[in-house]
Design a protein around this ligand. Structure first.
Ligand code: HAM
Length: 424
């Protein structure tokens, strides 16, 4: 029997070459979230399966895509498919409703869905998300949408579109669903079994179906905003007026409904045409009943999450530069007898926050310079017999080949001067 050690389908290794993108996105997000006073929360990667069964039972995520397992103590657990239900659970577990201000939280980490892998769709993927818990003010909806817009523009992304819609409250939902049903009833027999199933259980989800026959039937559907209660209409109009006030470009999309069941009122999505089939970078909305449905106090909330893999795909597709990694100095000992001295220089530079790499297998200039170039080092310090005699090293700029002789005692200062404050 042969063992299979291959990478599990739908997962990826993120290699050092790639990690600069990840760090850049994570740091930018963290920075922007803190401008709005959102604070980080970390919750476990697995939760009780019931948590997701309870609040997203109607979605494909729970029906088909959950990674569930039974642990050695016979507990039914699931690798989290998304972050909102776990944050709501943590809000209840830790009594965060007692906090003086409403909880503005962000999180990042891996999520798991047993989906059919394709470009931009993985079984382990990574989200960064925010949850603004405790306010039902439309200002909160506008705030998280604004924050997502600020994040994507700060990263330099172009041509991203924000779509927004309202699915109304609990009381509007049956009205909207009845309207859809009434509108489609006479054509029902023309639709696929799958769509007929949706018609029965979750007619709202028919709105964003890609089925062309259905879409032609739906094209004459009256404006769904008319089916909203006055209160939901007012809420949505306030969100829109705040966004207009802040000059956030968005588009009202009456067919926008989301895959997860917990949404009420505002829903939104950020998409890019540059991404192909999996064009949704970010999705979110309001979920006023989720925390109550999990046994907590009635607590309104709104949030979003975006997919790291898709966002990074887009950064690359749009050739958006990301900050370079810090300057790297390579130290080359031309002979074993100089290695100890080089080690001292390396540690001295590291004491001064300069990144250094040193190699002990090579002892000749050609071997060292090849390796330094392969490592994409910026400078090479050369230390051989001549340098030992003259008590000066040679420092070579590997980009422009310029070389300086620098006394031992002046090496740190040399780098501090040319690097300025930039690298600290
Ligand atoms: P979601 O729309 O299911 O929402 O996922 C949000 C984002 O995660 C998507 O827009 C996409 O970028 C990324 N994503 C989802 N599935 C995959 C996958 N299989 N592979 C790669 N990327 C993926 C949520 O998860 C909600 N919890 C968002 C939210 C937060 N709503 C309120 N607060």
């Amino acid at each position: 029997m042969s063992m299979d050690y291959s990478l599990p389908r739908g997962t990826q290794d993120i290699l050092p070459d790639e990690i600069n993108y990840w760090n850049h996105v994570e740091q930018t997000a963290k920075h922007i979230f803190s401008l709005y006073n959102f604070n980080e929360i970390r919750t476990p990667i697995f939760e009780s399966s019931n948590l997701f069964n309870r609040v997203i039972s109607e979605s494909d995520i729970v029906k088909k895509e959950m990674y569930t397992f039974t642990d050695k103590g016979n507990r039914e657990l699931a690798l989290r498919p998304e972050g909102t239900a776990p944050i709501a659970r943590a809000f209840i577990t830790n009594n965060l409703s007692r906090a003086p201000q409403h909880s503005k939280l962000f999180y990042k980490g891996p999520m798991f869905r047993y989906e059919r892998p394709q470009a931009g769709r993985y079984r382990q993927f990574h989200q960064i998300g925010v949850e603004s818990i405790g306010s039902d003010h439309p200002f909160s909806d506008a705030e998280v949408i604004t924050m997502s817009y600020r994040l994507f523009t700060s990263l330099g992304l172009r041509n991203v579109k924000i779509y927004i819609n309202s699915v109304g409250s609990d009381t509007c939902r049956p009205v909207i669903e009845a309207r859809i049903k009434q509108f489609l009833a006479s054509n029902l027999s023309q639709l696929s079994e799958n769509l007929q199933e949706k018609f029965k259980n979750n007619p709202l989800k028919m709105l964003d179906s890609k089925d062309e026959t259905l879409q032609t039937y739906l094209s004459g559907l009256p404006d769904m905003r008319e089916a909203l209660s006055q209160q939901s209409k007012d809420h949505f109009n306030f969100v829109i007026s705040y966004l207009d006030h802040l000059n956030i470009p968005f588009e009202y999309k009456p067919t926008l409904v989301r895959g997860l069941d917990y949404y009420t009122e505002t829903v939104f999505e950020v998409v890019s045409e540059d991404l192909g089939a999996q064009n949704s970078i970010c999705g979110g909305g309001r979920y006023n009943n989720l925390i109550k449905n999990l046994g907590g106090p009635q607590t309104p909330a709104v949030g979003f999450a975006f997919g790291m893999e898709r966002l990074i795909m887009l950064l690359k597709k749009q050739s958006i530069p990301i900050p370079k990694r810090p300057v790297l100095v390579y130290i080359a000992a031309l002979g074993k007898e100089y290695q100890m001295e080089c080690l001292n220089i390396a540690e001295e530079l590291r004491n001064n926050m300069i990144n250094v790499t040193i190699d002990y297998s090579k002892v000749d200039f050609n071997g060292h310079i090849k390796l330094a170039q392969k490592m994409l080092a910026d400078y090479m310090i050369i230390f051989g017999e001549k340098e030992f005699e003259s008590k000066q090293v040679s420092i070579k700029n590997l980009a422009n080949r310029h070389q300086d002789d620098v006394p031992f005692a002046g090496i740190t200062n040399y780098f501090q001067t040319i690097l300025g404050d930039a690298h600290v």
